[in-house]
Design a protein around this ligand. Structure first.
Ligand code: SF4
Ligand code: SF4
Length: 72
């Protein structure tokens, strides 16, 4: 079973510092327009919570959404 997560950025709070996409090991969050973070593929998120823990503005939310079978 693979855990899946929802990854949400609160753009009202985000200061586009870049920490979340520098630390994300799976490139779930990447650098977008004007250095703002962009979530490209939530399915790649492994729930390591580094983005959540290191964001100085508490602007990232990662929530487990479901368990799916690896082979469909
Ligand atoms: S770490 Fe937080 S403030 Fe910095 S770019 Fe990511 S969401 Fe925005
Ligand atoms: S929890 Fe980890 S893998 Fe998921 S978006 Fe944040 S840094 Fe990337």
């Amino acid at each position: 079973m693979k855990k899946l997560f929802n990854v949400k950025i609160d753009y009202e709070s985000c200061k586009s510092c870049g920490i979340c996409y520098w630390v994300c090991p799976t490139h779930t969050i990447v650098e977008g327009l004007l250095k703002s973070p962009k979530v490209v593929d939530e399915d790649k998120c492994i729930g390591c919570m580094q983005c959540v823990n290191l964001c100085p503005d508490f602007a990232v939310e990662v929530v487990q959404r479901e368990m799916v079978s690896e082979n469909g």
